[in-house]
Write a protein that binds this ligand. Structure first.
Ligand SMILES: [Zn+2]
Length: 250
């Protein structure tokens, strides 16, 4: 009788921890958090985002389609449909992030999973520019990684932004490209996400006047953010259910 048994308390999965931390950092900058369905329509996942049927860019997103095949329903390949849904229901100025699970029909390896998490951000208002994007991301990365980091843009292509950019952040593990840094491969920069200025067509598809308003959008893989922060070598560790992995982050 009366034997005292120490209660084991559960802990959060590292993905949950990262999402909460990300939400908090963006909340502090005035962003709302939005969510949407994981089963999406072709319209929200592609067409509204300026990725028309038969356009070669649609092949960039390997897609799980739902049966029957002509249903136009799929497992969302990115969280961008949430941005469209949010813009349809809200008027500018908008500041929102959308974290959630997404799906790609592809083989898995150390850096690819068929399901993973993204966080996307969207800001729409008058006079929004790439400079606002740069400041926002520098602030996010600096708080997230706990040290001041710089951000640089390289030109890139995504159908829903114009111009589009690849975002690199300065390596926080080494002194601007030490010869033995495995994180940045001794370049001093880490590829971290894609971003750009929201394409006018995407604004208009959501009934936002592209003459008056501009916006920026960005999207990052949550697992990648975690792998870089904690030095995790294989993305499959997040989803294989091995408690020895999860418990390291309690
Ligand atoms: Zn480095």
């Amino acid at each position: 009788m009366g034997q005292v048994v120490a209660q084991k308390r559960g802990g959060y999965h590292p993905i949950t921890t990262i999402i909460r931390k990300t939400n908090q950092i963006f909340n502090d900058m005035g962003f709302r958090v939005a969510s949407g369905p994981e089963i999406e329509t072709e319209y929200y996942n592609f067409d509204a985002l300026n990725i028309p049927a038969h356009h070669p860019s649609r092949d960039l997103w390997d897609t799980f389609w739902l049966k029957p095949e002509n249903s136009g329903r799929l497992l969302r390949t990115h969280t961008s449909p949430v941005q469209i849904r949010f813009m349809e229901k809200n008027n500018p100025p908008l500041r929102v992030i959308a974290p959630g699970k997404v799906y790609r029909y592809e083989a898995t390896d150390a850096t690819h999973e068929a399901q993973f998490y993204q966080v996307e951000g969207l800001v729409v208002g008058e006079g929004i520019t790439l400079a606002n994007l740069k400041y926002t991301l520098e602030h996010f990365f600096s708080v997230y990684f706990g040290t001041n980091v710089d951000v640089r843009f390289r030109p890139s292509y995504f159908p829903f932004v114009e111009p589009g950019v690849e975002v690199d952040m300065s390596c926080f593990k080494c002194n601007s490209g030490d010869s033995d840094c495995s994180l940045c491969k001794s370049t001093g920069w880490i590829e971290i996400m894609g971003a750009g200025m929201v394409h006018p067509k995407v604004l208009e598809n959501s009934s936002i006047d592209a003459e008056t308003f501009t916006g920026f959008a960005f999207g990052a893989g949550i697992e990648r953010l975690a792998m870089i922060k904690y030095g995790i070598p294989d993305v499959r560790l997040f989803h294989n259910g091995d408690l020895r992995f999860s418990k390291q982050f309690e």
